[in-house]
Design a protein around this ligand. Structure first.
Ligand SMILES: Cc1cc2nc3c(=O)[nH]c(=O)nc-3n(C[C@H](O)[C@H](O)[C@H](O)COP(=O)(O)O)c2cc1C
Length: 398
């Protein structure tokens, strides 16, 4: 057999070497996993582990992410998907995407730019942002620094109900639109990574933590040249688990949901629902929204996987409240799957913290553009031209 060897130039396109000083720094960051890796390179281990970690054996968090691998999509073809409308309404207000940034405590520990950077990123992406009770930016300062954001406030109910009332009225006065009551923290979960790492908030300088921080000079420089991390809304600091057990009340019940309903005039979301009967009771107590959530696996390990519980809760609640999926969302395709299974929106936690650690406010913008592109592409390939057309026949959990 005679072979004809084509000139190599026909097969390969050689790129002349370029000697630009710097490549476009975000061009190869195309997934949440890329952001996660970059975050890990830039933050001290104890800080990264605080974000990444979960309770006990960390089974819940792994299952929450893995549940999205069980999603089977049934795309339609030969539909005109030239234009895609990604918008939706969340509690009566239009959002550009069916995504809510979930509350996370201690955000300025991950990156000095902290909550304002994430909240401004949310505003640019047209989605709500939730400030945690354990935020490191006060209720009022966040409102000043992120005036255009659809700001939600997440509440933990402590034993001191007067203090709770004060937090709620501060949030109302500062223009927060939605109150999110987190109900899965009767006591602190056992986060073994933090114990092993000797993590305190704010981070303390033991010889071991100091070595970890010296390895991440950019993070350390930011931390040393900006205001110290503190719980700005609560005005307290110390060891996290001790704080949680001191400040939070193991005696909170559905009556407190009713009480908050009477204190708060805007929409009320109950976050941390893990059973259908509790979802029904929360709606009966006045919730406008239910976040099916196990706190990103950080509380009770082996608690039910949010994506798996979602359809049953959606079925039971019908149109009486909105239902959100919280836990394991890592891409726009995951958001589309959760929506098709009945969620009004997907809450996103760790991914925006990875983005923040990876590159501050610029990182958050990069994440939202990834989520947006991913969501649009998924809808088009599914043969639907808008969020409103994401129906349950498009998706199956196997
Ligand atoms: C570092 C970190 C801090 C968190 N702090 C809070 C908090 O203060 N209040 C709260 O309701 N949930 C908190 N959560 C849980 C998130 O709101 C959300 O439920 C969880 O991150 C969703 O899972 P995902 O990380 O897989 O998106 C925190 C999660 C992380 C990772």
């Amino acid at each position: 057999m005679k072979r004809r060897v084509p000139p190599i130039g026909d097969l390969w396109r050689f790129l002349a070497p370029t000697f630009r000083v710097r490549r476009e720094p975000w061009a190869r960051v195309v997934t949440t996993e890329d952001l996660r890796r970059r975050a890990q390179r830039r933050t001290p281990r104890s800080v990264f582990d605080y974000v990444e970690g979960a309770a006990e054996r960390e089974l819940s968090v792994r299952r929450a992410v893995a549940a999205f691998e069980r999603v089977i999509l049934h795309p339609r073809v030969l539909r005109d998907v030239t234009g895609v409308d990604t918008t939706t309404t969340i509690l009566g207000r239009q959002a550009a995407l069916p995504i809510v940034f979930a509350p996370t405590g201690f955000t300025r520990m991950m990156h000095a730019a902290g909550e304002p950077a994430v909240a401004r990123g949310a505003a640019r992406a047209g989605i709500p942002y939730t400030l945690s009770t354990l935020g490191t930016t006060s209720i009022e300062r966040l409102a000043e620094e992120a005036p255009d954001t659809d700001r939600w406030f997440q509440l933990y109910v402590s034993k001191d109900r007067d203090h709770v009332r004060e937090l709620v009225s501060r949030a109302q006065a500062a223009g927060y639109r939605t109150l999110v009551l987190t109900v899965d923290v009767a006591v602190a979960g056992a986060r073994h990574r933090d114990t092993h790492n000797g993590l305190t908030i704010p981070p303390t300088l033991t010889p071991r933590t100091l070595v970890g921080m010296l390895r991440k000079p950019r993070w350390l420089f930011d931390a040393l040249t900006t205001e110290p991390v503190s719980f700005e809304s609560l005005g307290a600091a110390g060891d996290v688990m001790g704080l949680i057990n001191r400040v939070f009340d193991a005696g909170v019940t559905f009556e407190d949901v009713e009480w908050l309903r009477s204190e708060w005039s805007g929409p009320l979301v109950v976050k941390g629902i893990q059973r259908v009967d509790d979802a029904l009771d929360a709606v009966a107590a006045g919730a406008d929204g239910i976040a099916v959530s196990n706190h990103g696996g950080r509380q009770l390990d082996r608690a039910v996987t949010p994506l798996e519980l979602l359809p049953a809760v959606v079925d039971a609640i019908a149109d009486r409240a909105e239902v959100y999926l919280d836990g394991g969302v890592r891409s726009g395709a995951d958001v589309a799957a959760a929506d098709a299974l009945g969620a009004r929106a997907g809450f996103v936690g760790r991914p925006y913290l990875y983005a923040l650690m990876a590159g501050g406010e610029r990182g958050v913008d990069h994440l939202t553009s990834l989520l947006q592109n991913d969501y649009v592409r998924t809808l088009r390939l599914l043969g639907v031209s808008g969020t409103a057309d994401l129906t349950s026949d498009l998706v199956e959990l196997r």
